[in-house]
Design a protein around this ligand. Structure first.
Ligand SMILES: CC(C)(COP(=O)(O)OP(=O)(O)OC[C@H]1O[C@@H](n2cnc3c(N)ncnc32)[C@H](O)[C@@H]1OP(=O)(O)O)[C@@H](O)C(=O)NCCC(=O)NCCS
Length: 156
């Protein structure tokens, strides 16, 4: 596969379907033991009616194709999903650079406890675990962990 230049940019309405399909492929591959509580079409609709128009959604584009997606809701990193063939090639680092630039005072996110490679990724980027739940509050009822990045934490 051609690994030419990758550009990160804000998503527009026309990117919503492709971004949703990246999310679906990435979720299914990375989290085979987690049963997504929504149908594929519900996920596509969520991208086109909520994530892209109402939140700050970024896409990675390679050869005119969406290969990664990140959604910020102010300081919350809501979604970060790379198309499986593009994992491990620095796109996660690039998205994280954008997220930290957009929210220099700090970021927070939830990830599933079973997703150990994502947790290592976030730890490499300075996140620390601050809260764990048994999953009763998330749609999948899957144990999760809240991670935060607080670059300017100061002792008072
Ligand atoms: C987490 C993610 C965004 C990081 O982006 P990335 O560009 O792949 O970042 P990295 O190269 O640092 O890799 C992160 C982890 O994925 C692993 N990984 C990389 N390429 C992989 C591949 N092709 N297949 C499986 N795992 C892979 C890495 O080994 C690393 O885990 P490690 O710490 O155990 O080595 C990306 O791997 C991804 O989309 N994962 C699936 C979706 C997901 O879990 N999103 C986070 C939800 S909160």
């Amino acid at each position: 596969m051609d690994r030419g230049e990758v550009v990160l940019r804000r998503a527009g309405d026309a990117d919503a379907l492709a971004a949703a399909n990246v999310w679906l492929r990435s979720f299914a591959t990375a989290l085979p033991t987690v049963r997504c509580s929504h149908t594929d079409d519900e996920i596509r609709s969520w991208f086109s009616t909520v994530l892209v128009p109402r939140h700050e959604t970024w896409v990675a584009i390679a050869a005119n194709t969406v290969v990664g997606v990140m959604v910020l809701k102010e300081a919350e990193l809501k979604q970060l999903y790379i198309d499986p063939p593009w994992r491990g090639r620095g796109l996660g680092d690039q998205f994280m650079g954008v997220a930290k630039q957009r929210q220099p005072d700090g970021l927070t996110l939830w990830t599933f406890q079973v997703n150990t490679s994502a947790q290592r990724f976030y730890q490499r980027h300075g996140f620390t675990a601050v809260e764990r739940t048994d999953g009763r509050h998330n749609d999948e009822h899957e144990p999760d962990v809240r991670l935060v990045w607080q670059p300017r934490a100061r002792l008072s």
